[in-house]
Design a binder for this molecule. Structure first.
Ligand code: ADE
Length: 261
């Protein structure tokens, strides 16, 4: 996907049983500021508003029997239709309709990059035992999991997606360089960070960081990134862009080039 130019506002439409929960991201911190500055919008609609019975029933028993309720298709289709109606015509085709579920594709930085190229997205927060299959087959473009564990509902997953994608909207984080140079985006874990005081509870900061020798500082940071990645996420070394000197350093630490991974 190409980045749309010029960059417009990134619009998130969330369909949820708990719209108030989204105040957490719209009113605080970096995403809150982005919303205030008009770089990002987060509209949380209550799926129950799109139910047609008196009780606002969004779920029902499963055909075939079994424990656990299933999200009904009609209110979800109606809610997605209303959300897409709110998307400017040109952008509608390029707006992913995401379902959060533990069955989905695992969210990683690559998927975040893909989603960040869209003008916005509609996110359906899954609930109960799951959703009626026709929501999957007839409505959504992406099914996304934020990890191999089961949450009580999709709201936190939706917030994770919104947060990770919003960082790529120009102006949301300090400078774009920051985002591109981040750990994981660079393929390696981050090196250790230190700030003042230089000595704290008997623990000192490495002299090299206060040496003023930038070539040495860069080398130290690169080595620490490589050490950490080897220790905690050796799988990342398979795909990280490594120089010959990175490889030599890793070999000196006992890395076998990933042959036994
Ligand atoms: N809903 C429940 N568990 C989830 C998960 N791990 N990711 C996304 N949505 C979920």
């Amino acid at each position: 996907m190409n980045f749309p130019l010029p960059f417009g506002k990134m619009r998130f439409h969330v369909l949820t049983l708990f719209p108030d929960a989204f105040r957490i991201i719209t009113q605080y911190s970096i995403i809150g500021r982005a919303v205030e500055n008009g770089l990002v919008s987060v509209q949380a609609a209550d799926i129950r508003q799109y139910t047609t019975d008196r009780h606002g029933t969004a779920d029902d028993y499963q055909f075939g029997g079994g424990p656990g309720m299933v999200m009904k298709p009609e209110p979800v289709f109606a809610a997605v239709g209303a959300a897409l109606d709110d998307v400017p015509g040109d952008d509608r085709e390029r707006t992913p309709v995401v379902l959060t579920s533990p069955q989905g594709r695992l969210l990683d930085q690559k998927l975040v990059d893909e989603l960040a190229a869209a003008p916005g997205m509609v996110i359906i927060c899954g609930h109960y035992a799951g959703v009626d299959e026709r929501i999957r087959t007839g409505l959504i473009t992406h099914e996304i999991s934020i990890g191999d564990y089961v949450l009580t509902g999709g709201e936190l997953a939706a917030m994770v997606i919104i947060d990770a994608v919003s960082r790529f909207v120009p102006g949301v984080v300090g400078s774009e360089e920051n985002v591109q140079e981040d750990s994981i985006t660079s393929g390696l874990l981050q090196h250790p960070l230190y700030t003042r005081p230089a000595e704290f509870l008997g623990m000192e900061t490495p002299d090299v960081l206060r040496s003023g020798n930038h070539a040495e500082i860069d080398r130290w940071r690169r080595h620490k990134s490589l050490e950490r990645t080897l220790q905690f996420r050796p799988d990342l070394l398979e795909t990280a862009p490594l120089t010959n000197s990175d490889r030599a350093y890793l070999a000196s630490l006992g890395w076998d080039g990933g042959q036994n991974a």
